[in-house]
Design a protein around this ligand. Structure first.
Ligand code: TYM
Length: 332
């Protein structure tokens, strides 16, 4: 069984629809026929200014949402990044083989510094991709199910794995991204050429999974679409309609061709109502299940403790091999 690994940052109270469709949904599908490792990258959530009073709570909320979305702690390894210190330790080693220019070319870093200003950017933000590479390489994962926005980070991870293997001897599996062709990028409903994102989306364009379902349905019915009349998957010319079709397809399991046929001759309003219904049917039980899980934080913590124990066995082995290969003196 090949190994998959992925995670979503605990940087908000709620995951958004893009996180679910682009990532979590695929984790759930992959957990049966892979050795699956899913984690909460809490150290990553510190790379932009964060509120220490909410981080722990958001970490639990994120675990609860993974489970509510179908991640099953009995069928995968589920843990919190900071519970396994090897992540930060391997990240240091990788920092020492990463070029400054190479890290400077990461588009997410460039976007964030453009937004917050270079003085607000920390070394942690700069080193974010090497910490992510450490997350993946520690477990020798061969597939990494993520959305389109993580493609460049996976590419860097591959380069670092190959570089390390060449310089210090075969150590790491070189991973591949698993980025589905449709729906790996869900767009902002109010601005359908921008990615749906917790940090940039206008409130009208962002669907938080834990929001009041009525509010969510209303946002979908008010989604910005173009002036055409034909319901067709054509992201370049009809980004708003194409985004709604992607969401429909992800949640209904129907192909885009099939949907285009079904909606032939129908109005945009019909599609919006149907997508609003599909999203509502998903979020209503999702929210309930999340609340149930959050009512028993001790149980969540126990799940995470078991996951960290399993993860540390693998992570410890990899880190020991790495320290040995790079020539560090090991304690007697
Ligand atoms: P994060 O927390 O920003 O997002 C979690 C996952 O959701 C995907 N995603 C989207 N997919 C489709 N449409 C969107 N609008 C959209 N927005 C987000 C992301 O691609 C991601 O898969 N660096 C990662 C977290 C991470 C990680 C890792 C992932 C840390 N270490 C190791 C995989 C392996 C991140 O910030 O994702």
């Amino acid at each position: 069984r090949s190994r998959v690994l992925s995670g979503a940052q605990p940087s908000a109270d709620s995951l958004h629809l893009g996180n679910y469709i682009g990532a979590v949904r695929n984790w759930v599908r992959m957990q049966d026929d892979h050795d699956a490792i899913y984690f909460i990258p809490d150290l990553h959530a510190m790379t932009v200014e964060h509120d220490p009073a909410t981080l722990a709570d958001r970490t639990r909320r994120t675990v609860a949402q993974y489970i509510a979305g179908g991640v099953d702690p009995d069928r995968c390894t589920l843990f919190v990044q900071s519970h396994v210190p090897e992540h930060a330790e391997l990240a240091w080693v990788l920092n020492c083989i990463t070029g400054f220019g190479e890290a400077s070319r990461m588009t997410q870093f460039k976007d964030k510094t453009a937004r917050y200003g270079v003085d607000a950017a920390t070394l942690g933000l700069f080193a974010y991709p090497t910490l992510m590479a450490a997350d993946i390489l520690l477990y020798q994962a061969s597939r990494v199910p993520v959305g389109e926005d993580q493609r460049q980070h996976i590419e860097l991870t591959r380069n670092l794995a190959q570089r390390f293997n060449t310089r210090f001897g075969e150590t790491f599996v070189v991973p591949e991204g698993f980025i589905p062709p449709v729906s790996a990028k869900i767009y902002d409903l109010a601005n359908p050429t921008a990615k749906m994102s917790k940090s940039t989306a206008s409130p009208a364009g962002l669907i938080n999974l834990l929001d009041e379902p009525k509010v969510t349905a209303k946002k979908i019915r008010s989604a910005v679409t173009d002036n055409g009349t034909v319901i067709r998957f054509d992201p370049e010319h009809q980004p708003g309609i194409s985004n709604l079709l992607s969401i429909h397809s992800a949640l209904s399991g129907r192909g885009l061709d099939e949907l285009e046929q079904d909606y032939a001759g129908r109005m945009y309003g019909r599609l919006k109502v149907d997508v609003a219904d599909l999203v509502t049917a998903f979020v209503v039980p999702f929210r309930e299940r999340t609340e149930e899980l959050l009512a028993d934080p001790a149980e969540l913590d126990a799940i995470l403790a078991r996951g960290a124990d399993k993860a540390r066995v693998i992570a410890g082995e990899t880190l020991a091999a790495v320290y040995d290969r790079v020539g560090l003196l090991r304690p007697a």
